[in-house]
Design a protein around this ligand. Structure first.
Ligand code: COA
Length: 249
């Protein structure tokens, strides 16, 4: 199950998991986008279904889990990817604007996680991967709403890892850096040159995040749980630099 799986990073994750044999369910708000995505996944030989869902609504989330169990008979991997974003200074951000992002990113992740665990993963084990942001130790202007929500997701990741571990469920989070060709980059990207200024030197692709999902869901990551892993070309660790020795800067 990949929320927000019709486009961008979620779509890349759905494709990668499908290519590795998973049966896919993508769930998001726009039926036309989901239907088109499923058509393309199926054309690539991937078994896929879609269910319309606003992750802010627990009843809709529960309906997705039920639909998956009815169609595929099991649920093994949950990717909480659905998110909202826009850039706004606190001064211009309405109370409802802040709430909208916390509702989608944090409460939505909670709704999906709780419904998936109680409805399926608790019985059969599995994986939860939360797509978060590398904001835990940073103050990022114009992202008060997103940073508050995503660091809540980071915290939820750790709590769930502890509570769900004994049931054979590993819970981890991925914090993408600048990922090209996504709505998020369109909304808050700051231009190719600046976005590519990470130690690795280029803007990432949805496949970079998808590959990390594959790793976390594989036996190679069997002993990893409760972690937030940046997949950002080293951007977060390279944020603060000193002047080169001997320079006047
Ligand atoms: N700047 C400031 N405030 C904004 C805003 C912006 N660019 N965009 C939305 N808001 C405010 C709205 O004004 C509203 O507050 P108000 O009622 O006080 O006016 C509040 O946020 C909710 O907006 P609304 O459009 O009603 O919410 P929605 O549920 O329809 O949409 C959003 C949710 C806001 C996240 C919308 O941007 C969205 O659907 N985004 C698509 C997914 C996305 O962002 N993908 C990238 C993920 S990285």
């Amino acid at each position: 199950m990949v929320t927000g799986g019709g486009t961008g990073i979620g779509r890349g994750i759905a494709e990668a998991l499908g290519e590795h044999g998973a049966r896919i369910c993508i769930a998001a708000r726009r039926a036309d986008v989901l239907a088109a995505a499923v058509e393309e996944l199926e054309a690539a030989g991937i078994q896929a279904m879609w269910v319309p869902c606003d992750v802010r609504e627990p009843a809709q989330v529960e309906a997705v889990i039920e639909a998956i169990l009815e169609r595929w008979g099991r649920l093994d991997i949950v990717v909480n990817n659905a998110a909202g974003n826009f850039a706004a200074p606190i001064e211009g951000l309405s109370y409802n604007g802040f709430k909208a992002i916390v509702d989608i990113d944090l409460r939505g992740t909670y709704h999906v996680t709780k419904a998936a665990f109680e409805g399926a993963l608790k019985q059969s084990g599995g994986h939860i991967i939360n797509i978060t942001a590398p904001f835990e130790r940073m103050g990022v202007a114009f992202q008060a709403h997103v940073a508050a929500a995503k660091t809540g997701v980071d915290s939820l990741t750790r709590t769930c890892a502890v509570e769900f571990g004994p049931h054979g469920v590993r819970v981890n989070a991925l914090a993408p850096g600048a990922i090209g060709g996504t709505e998020g980059m369109d909304r808050i990207g700051s231009g190719d040159e600046r976005d590519a200024r990470c130690p690795i030197g280029y803007v990432g692709a949805p496949r970079d995040i998808a590959n990390a999902v594959l790793f976390l869901c594989s036996s190679a990551a069997a002993y990893i749980s409760g972690q937030v892993i940046c997949v950002d070309g080293g951007a977060a660790v390279g944020m603060m630099q000193i002047a080169p020795p001997g320079s006047d800067a």
